[in-house]
Design a protein around this ligand. Structure first.
Ligand SMILES: CC(C)(COP(=O)(O)OP(=O)(O)OC[C@H]1O[C@@H](n2cnc3c(N)ncnc32)[C@H](O)[C@@H]1OP(=O)(O)O)[C@@H](O)C(=O)NCCC(=O)NCCS
Length: 439
């Protein structure tokens, strides 16, 4: 790559992430990773990326597990590792191993986040990592006749305490131990701690780093977004999910149904996966949401700035007719907009010309989001709005998109077919094609 194109890519990339940086500042993210991720070679770069997120003003809670490290401890002490219904049967000897393993993993992560070597991304970073008794555990008890001893569940999350630390700019680091009011310590599931914390904090994001890149369909294709309902359907039907997925997916469903904005599943073994998932439109893993990610709604005055940012480049290219801000302010209710992940990526407007005839105007989709069917969905929206208000015939003027409309049932007409008022305003220099559709 030449130096020039590298520079251009860098600038374009930096600009492209700006909306995310703005959107994420002051937001709360819970990031959960198991012991396998910690033992992997990627833990170091993960620490770099966590540092970056903290520097951008994101309030971070990290939750770690230590399953392989606990297994190792058990092996060293010749103790058997026993599970029932996904929970470790934690007798007193096992609990000792859990405490040892979790304690040393915790310190390892703390050390990772305390680095500040000048030739690394951690240079000049001053992350303060805080742990504490923010989680209260309770025993699972006897499950199907099996005494689970010190295996526990989350009973309470001290969200006030965690929020106080986040407010001070500290990263809160939690593990899978939950002390109880009786003075005992329970061995919790890391994924349930993360879920409990995210729900209690009403986190904007909960991210699980897993051993696969995300949720896949039967054919092994990565699903980039699923709703909570689709995820629970997968849990019932999908026999191809990895054991990590079977553990994490139920937590993702509950968390997103309980109001956590977005829940992400990404692979820890892909360098930079966390950044790519959070700062690119397509992401690299699976996002679980309560509702579908895309949605269309009518535009509001607050949307004007984003609308201008969307259509201005196309106006400059001469693809769309220029609409000054004052005009948009007056006509904002004519617009429908398409949002992806909260960002406006498309628009279309309906301009009635008579009781039965209206113009479909300013149909535009951000170039990065084209060919995803958004254009068609926006058009359908305008059709519905038009039909609702009794419009029988729509027309559209376009210089470059004639075929797109023809393929969607529009018929080429002439300027003379336009309503009189529109005909008078027709710009003979633009020489737009005129297309009609009977609804
Ligand atoms: C026209 C436009 C809104 C389509 O948006 P989109 O979200 O990409 O549309 P969809 O995903 O629903 O449709 C994509 C399909 O249209 C095709 N397509 C895109 N532009 C086209 C064009 N100018 N002519 C013919 N077909 C076109 C794509 O190849 C794709 O075909 P496929 O489904 O066979 O793969 C978008 O290209 C755009 O913003 N263009 C600039 C603004 C414009 O010209 N607006 C119309 C005048 S108001």
């Amino acid at each position: 790559m030449s130096e020039n194109s590298y520079d251009e890519n860098f600038v374009a990339w930096f600009r492209a992430v700006t909306p995310y940086i703005n959107a994420f500042r002051g937001k709360t993210f819970v990031i959960a990773f198991g012991g396998k991720a910690i033992a992997s070679e990627f833990i170091k770069t993960l620490a770099y990326d966590v540092n970056l997120l903290a520097s951008l003003g994101i309030r971070l809670v990290l939750v770690h597990g230590a399953r392989p490290q606990i297994e190792e401890e058990l092996r060293e002490k010749n103790l058997e590792s026993k599970y029932h219904r996904g929970y470790r049967i934690t007798d007193a000897d096992t609990l000792d191993c859990v405490l040892d393993a979790v304690g040393s993993v915790y310190l390892e992560i703390e050390a990772m986040l305390s680095q500040g070597l000048p030739n690394t991304p951690m240079a000049n970073s001053r992350i303060r990592v805080i742990g504490g008794n923010f989680i209260t555990g309770q025993p699972i008890g006897v499950l199907d006749g099996i005494d689970m001893h010190y295996a526990g569940k989350v009973r309470k999350v001290d969200s006030e305490g965690i929020n106080a630390q986040l407010g001070l700019g500290n990263i809160v680091l939690l593990n899978c131990e939950g002390p109880s009011p009786t003075g005992e310590i329970f061995n919790l599931q890391m994924e349930e701690v993360a879920e409990g914390v995210a729900v209690a904090l009403k986190a904007d994001k909960l991210v699980y780093l897993t051993d696969s890149a995300g949720v896949t369909d039967r054919a092994g294709e990565l699903l980039d977004a699923v709703t909570a309902d689709e995820a629970s359907q997968l849990l019932r039907d999908a026999d191809w999910l990895t054991s990590d997925m079977m553990r994490y997916l139920p937590c993702t469903v509950r968390a997103s149904r309980s109001g956590v904005g977005r829940v992400h599943l990404i692979g820890y073994a892909q360098d930079g996966a966390l950044l790519r998932e959070l700062f690119t439109h397509d992401g690299v893993g699976t996002v679980i949401t309560r509702e579908s990610l895309e949605n269309i709604r009518e535009a509001k005055p607050d949307d004007i700035a984003a609308l201008i940012a969307l259509i201005e480049p196309m106006e400059q290219e001469g693809i769309l007719v220029h609409r000054p801000r004052e005009l948009l302010e007056r006509e904002i209710e004519r617009f429908s907009i398409m949002l992806h992940d909260g960002i406006i990526v498309g628009c279309a407007a309906l301009y009635p010309h008579s009781e039965e005839e209206a113009e479909l105007a300013c149909l535009a989709v951000n170039p990065d989001h084209r060919e995803w069917g958004y254009g068609e969905q926006l058009m359908e929206r305008i059709f519905r709005r038009a039909k609702k208000s009794g419009i029988k015939r729509l027309f559209v003027l376009t210089t470059r998109t004639e075929h797109w409309f023809v393929e969607r049932g529009f018929k080429l007409g002439t300027v003379d077919d336009l309503p009189a008022a529109k005909k008078e305003m027709y710009n003979y220099q633009r020489r737009s094609k005129v297309l009609f559709k009977t609804l």
